[in-house]
Structures are given as C-alpha cells and as structure tokens.
Design a protein around this ligand. Structure first.
Ligand SMILES: C[S@@+](CC[C@H](N)C(=O)[O-])C[C@H]1O[C@@H](n2cnc3c(N)ncnc32)[C@H](O)[C@@H]1O
Length: 344
C-alpha cells in the first residue's frame, strides 16, 4: 500500500512509536475487524462513533485479527475497548497516574467565573474546574453521575458540564447554593441546600464518582490578618458562614474529624460498587502544632472504603511567608492530598 491516507492499521515500531502499517492484506483485515468492533462493542466512546470514518485500528504487533484498541491521532495514543473505567487513551491514562502534579489557579477559569456576573468571588476557597475535570475524566465515562457533598459555588458541576457528566451538589450555605442554582440550570434538580452530615435524608441516586474538598477544619477562622484585610476591604467573605452546622466552625479537632468523616461514611451507601471517592484536603497547623488532617481522614475512612492512593497537588506560584523566622521551623504548606478511596 503506497497511499498512507488509506491505512487502517497502526502498530508500534522498534523505537516504540505508533506508525502506520502498509501491508495491504493486514489493512483489509483491519477494516473487517473495525466493522465487527463497531457493531459488537458497547464500550466505544461517542467521540469515536461520531467520526468513525477517521478511526484506525491499533495493534502493537500489527495483528489486526486480535486488535482491541482504536485511535484517531497516533500522538494521542489508543483507546482500549476493554477499558471499563474511562474514555482515555493508554497514554493519557498513564500520564494521570503520576502521584503528584503541579497546578496553580488558571486565569481562564477565574475569568470565566467573573464573566458569569455572579458573586462567585465571595467564596474564600474554591478549587479549579480544570483540575477537577482531569479527575472526572480519569475516574468516569461520559454520562456518569458525580457528586460533590461540599459544593461551594459549584466548581465540580462546571467540570461535569465540560466533560459531559451529570453533576450533583450539596452545599450548606444558602448564598453559595443560590450561585450554583443560577450557574447550572441543567443540573437544577440535583442541587441541594442541605447539611451533608445528614445527606442520608436526601433522595439521592447511586453515583459513579465523588470529588470534593471539605473545610480544612476551622483554618479560615484563623487565617492571617493580611488575608482577612484584603478580602474585607473588597467586601468578600472571609469564612464560609456563621452557621453551627458549618464544619468550618467546629473548634475541636476530634469533633471536626468525626463529622467530616460521617459525610463520607453516609455517602458510601450512595456509591456504586467499584466507584471511587476523591477527597482533597490538607494537613493543618494550629498554635504551632501540626494536625495530620489528611492522614487522619485517610485512616478513619479506610475502615469502610479501600484507601487506594494519594495524589499530591502542589501549588508553586504562592508567595512564601517568613513563618517562624528567625527562631523556629514552620513550613509554608503548599501541597494538598487528593485521597483516592474506593468502594470495593
Ligand atoms: C472548601 S469549600 C468547597 C469549595 C468548592 N470545592 C468550590 O470550588 O466551590 C467547602 C464548602 O463546604 C461547605 N460546608 C461546610 N459545612 C457543610 C455541611 N455541613 N454541609 C454541606 N456543606 C458544608 C462550605 O459552605 C464551603 O462552601
């Protein structure tokens, strides 16, 4: 076969590069295999089906009859039709499995929020929908149900919208709840103004995935004068609320730990078998002592879920403060733990 555009079979060459196979007979077999997969395989993502004329068969050893992967662009890698977890290529899958990543707030995310003309800036601790989209894309397929029990202004729902998943949100503070309702009419029936420690009283369906970031204990009530002054001057919130049910207002560490874990313990019954739950949290300091909040949550919840891993999120564009200087050690904590738990 001389014309590369008619090639339907790709394989891995001796330099481990995905390249076209020019053997006419093998390409003919590849066509038959592709026709068969299209009819018989229920696992092919929509975006492949929508441009089926451009789909190629991939077999590392150029064996079309036993090939189980397809691709659109060789640089993106191939999708294995036996992939039951997500819609990523092997290359994208492997990239995500690194146990750490660096991520700083994206100006495009912040701009998008401001364009909504809502008081989204009011919330003092949001995470990025772009970052959350990566988790959702790894842990689910299109159309999956995803819940965030500490939804804030709905960053997880924005990520669901971008990735074509069905978002559910629970948020205690009416002001933030109203923002989510306004932002996401498409998820209107899935948004609850509720105390997540009582989420079992809601009529919820079964979920494929959960990602959330709870209050980091009462850290906001203790934040530095600089943070408070800057936000107060702009008329923005310096904590989540004054509500008793707000977990960010609990002073006692053990009480806080029990309550935050109770949310995920109750969520367990609403997760599908095999579903993952990702909790983004930090170890925190109070009066010069470190409280290993991330590790304690991981340990406590591993009595119910299987603790699979941690993925460390690093922020490397945050200014350092001279904590402890010039007498004692005190770290600037610029990493978070994304705890990965699974219902098995
Ligand atoms: C770290 S913020 C989450 C921010 C969110 N990820 C976002 O990007 O907008 C934690 C949220 O938990 C909410 N919260 C605190 N206690 C709660 C409770 N008992 N039930 C539900 N939500 C609660 C707070 O109001 C706050 O919005």
């Amino acid at each position: 076969m001389s014309d590369k555009s008619g090639v339907l079979l790709y394989y891995k060459d001796s330099k481990r590069k995905i390249v076209p196979c020019l053997d006419v007979v093998k390409n003919d077999l590849a066509r038959k295999r592709l026709d068969f997969l299209r009819i018989s395989c229920k696992n092919i993502p929509e975006f492949f089906l929508n441009q089926w004329d451009h789909v190629k068969l991939y077999s590392p050893k150029a064996d079309p009859e036993n090939a189980s992967a397809i691709l659109l662009e060789p640089e993106q890698g191939a999708f294995d039709i036996d992939n039951t977890l997500n819609e990523l290529s092997g290359k994208e899958w492997t990239k995500f499995t690194c146990s750490w990543f660096i991520f700083n707030a994206l100006p495009s995310d912040l701009k998008q929020e401001k364009l909504l003309n809502l008081s989204t800036e009011d919330h003092p601790a949001t995470f990025s929908p772009t970052m959350v989209s990566d988790f959702i894309s790894f842990f689910t397929k299109s159309g999956a149900r995803v819940i965030d029990p500490f939804a804030g202004i709905g960053s997880t729902l924005e990520a669901c919208k971008r990735t074509n998943r069905i978002g559910y949100a629970i948020e205690l503070n009416k002001k933030y709840y109203d923002i989510i309702k306004q932002r996401f009419p498409e998820f209107d029936n899935n948004i609850y103004n509720h105390d997540s420690t009582k989420l079992d009283s809601l009529d919820l369906p079964l979920f494929d995935f959960s990602i959330s970031s709870p209050p980091y204990w009462d850290i906001l009530n203790r934040s530095t004068d600089g943070f408070k002054k800057q936000r107060t001057t702009k008329g923005l919130d310096v904590n989540y609320s004054e509500l008793d049910a707000d977990l960010g207002n609990i002073d006692n560490y053990d009480v806080f730990l029990d309550k935050v874990c109770a949310v995920y313990q109750k969520l367990y019954n609403f997760m599908k078998q095999g579903a993952y739950v990702v909790i983004i949290v930090k170890n925190v300091k109070k009066n010069g002592v470190m409280y290993p909040l991330a590790w304690d949550i991981a340990k406590k919840l591993s009595q119910l879920y299987v603790l699979k891993d941690e993925k460390i999120w690093i922020q490397d564009k945050v200014g350092l403060s001279p904590y402890g200087y010039p007498k004692a050690w005190a770290a600037n904590i610029l990493h978070h733990y994304c705890l990965v738990l699974r219902k098995e």
